[in-house]
Design a protein around this ligand. Structure first.
Ligand code: GLV
Ligand code: GLV
Length: 355
C-alpha cells in the first residue's frame, strides 16, 4: 500500500477493511486491549509515517494529535461517530487535516434506542425484570408496576434534527402522541408528517395528533410528558438540563438522553430523581463516561445503558464504512472519492457548496 492508514479500534464488518486495502492503503488496526486509548498510545500508533486515522469518540483529538499526524504526513481523520465533540476541528484544519464523521447511517438506530428507553421508563421494564429475577413475583396485583400510557400524551423533542425527528416520528406514529419541539430551525418535514397523520387519524374517526413548535425550551419542559434530548454538545448545550429546568418539568415526566452526557447536569438529576420518585429517566450517555455520578445506580426510576444508541450491526458496519470512505476520500482526492452527502465538509476548500 502507498498510504498508511491507522484505525485505533477494530470495527464491525469487513467492507471498510477491503475498501482501504483495495485502494492503495496499508491498514493497521490497533490491537491494544485497553478500552480507551490515551493521547500517548495514539501518538505511538501514528508514528512517523501516517496518512490518515480512523478514531473513536472516547479519544481526545486535539492539537497534540493533529500536529503529530501532520508531521507524519497525514491529511485525514475520521471519527467513527456522528458526534465530534471529542475533536478540535479547528486544530485539525490548522494542521491541514480534514475531519469526517458518520451521520445518516445511525439516525434510525439511535432513534430506536431513544424510543426503547422511553418505553422502558414508561412501563418500568427494567425494574419489573429485576423483580421477576429476584423471585419476588407472587401473583398478579392491580397495583403491580403501574406505569404511564403514552397514547394521547405529548412527546417533547429538544433538537429536531435527523435523530430527533426520526424519534419524534416513531413516538407519534407508533403511540399516537402529540408533538411539541424546540429547535433553532423549523422541522418542516416533521410538521408536515404530523399534520398528515393527524388528518389520517381523524378520517378514521380517531383523535388526531397535533404538533407545536415551542418558542422556548422551557415550554417543551413544562408541557411534555416524555422529553427526549437530541442536541449537539457544545458550549451552548452544556448542562442544558439544570436544576431550574428540572424543576419546571411535570412530576411524572420521562426524560430520555441518547445524545451526550454533559447536556444534563447529572448531579442535579440524581437529586431530582431522589425527590421525585414518579419522575423517570432513560439514559444512554453520562457526564463522565464510563462513570455514573454517585447515587444514580441506586435509583429505581432510572434506566441506564452504556452508550449503545448506534449499536445495531447494520449501523456499526455502515459507520465503519463511512469512516473509511472519509479517510480515503481525503487521501485520494475529490471528487472521485469524496461523498459530501455523508460527511461534514472537510477543510473549507474541500467543501462542495450545497445544491
Ligand atoms: C455516538 O455517540 C455517535 O456520536 O455516533
Ligand atoms: C390483565 O392481565 C388483564 O387480563 O386485565
Amino acid at each position: 500500500g502507498k498510504y498508511r492508514v491507522v484505525s485505533t479500534k477494530s470495527m464491525p464488518g469487513t467492507r471498510w477493511i477491503s475498501l482501504l486495502t483495495a485502494n492503495d492503503c496499508r491498514l493497521e488496526i490497533c490491537t491494544e486491549k485497553k478500552t480507551i486509548l490515551s493521547v500517548d498510545d495514539i501518538l505511538a500508533l501514528i508514528g512517523d509515517r501516517c496518512d490518515g486515522v480512523i478514531g473513536q469518540l472516547t479519544e481526545d483529538w486535539g492539537e497534540v494529535l493533529f500536529s503529530a499526524l501532520k508531521r507524519a504526513g497525514g491529511t485525514a481523520f475520521s471519527n467513527m461517530a456522528v458526534g465530534y465533540n471529542n475533536v478540535d476541528v479547528e486544530a485539525a484544519n490548522r494542521n491541514g487535516i480534514a475531519v469526517g464523521n458518520t451521520p445518516g447511517v445511525l439516525t434510525e438506530t439511535t432513534a430506536e434506542l431513544a424510543a426503547s428507553l422511553s418505553l422502558a421508563a414508561a412501563r418500568r421494564i427494567v425494574e419489573a425484570d429485576q423483580f421477576m429475577r429476584a423471585g419476588l413475583y407472587d401473583g398478579w396485583l392491580p397495583h403491580l408496576f403501574v406505569g404511564n400510557l403514552l397514547k394521547g400524551q405529548t412527546v417533547g423533542v429538544i433538537g429536531a434534527g435527523r435523530i430527533g425527528s426520526a424519534y419524534a416520528r416513531m413516538m407519534i406514529e407508533g403511540f399516537k402522541m402529540n408533538l411539541i419541539y424546540y429547535d433553532l430551525y423549523q422541522a418542516t418535514r416533521l410538521e408536515k408528517f404530523v399534520t398528515a397523520y393527524g388528518q389520517f387519524l381523524k378520517a378514521n374517526g380517531e383523535q388526531p395528533v397535533t404538533w407545536k413548535r415551542a418558542a422556548t425550551m422551557e415550554d417543551v419542559l413544562r408541557e411534555a410528558d416524555v422529553i427526549s434530548l437530541h442536541p449537539v454538545l457544545d458550549k451552548t448545550t452544556y448542562h442544558l438540563i439544570n436544576p431550574e429546568r428540572l424543576a419546571i418539568m411535570k412530576k411524572e415526566a420521562i426524560l430520555v438522553n441518547a445524545s451526550r452526557g454533559p447536556v444534563i447536569d447529572e448531579v442535579a438529576l440524581v437529586e431530582h430523581l431522589k425527590v421525585n420518585p414518579m419522575f423517570r429517566v432513560g439514559l444512554d450517555v453520562f457526564e463522565d463516561e464510563p462513570y455514573m455520578k454517585p447515587g444514580l445506580a441506586d435509583m429505581k426510576n432510572a434506566v441506564v445503558v452504556p452508550h449503545i444508541a448506534s449499536a445495531s450491526k447494520w449501523t456499526r458496519e455502515g459507520m465503519a464504512t463511512l469512516a473509511a470512505l472519509n479517510v480515503l476520500g481525503k487521501i485520494k482526492g475529490y471528487p472521485v472519492w469524496g461523498n459530501p452527502n455523508l460527511v461534514e465538509p472537510f477543510l473549507k476548500e474541500d467543501a462542495t457548496p450545497p445544491a
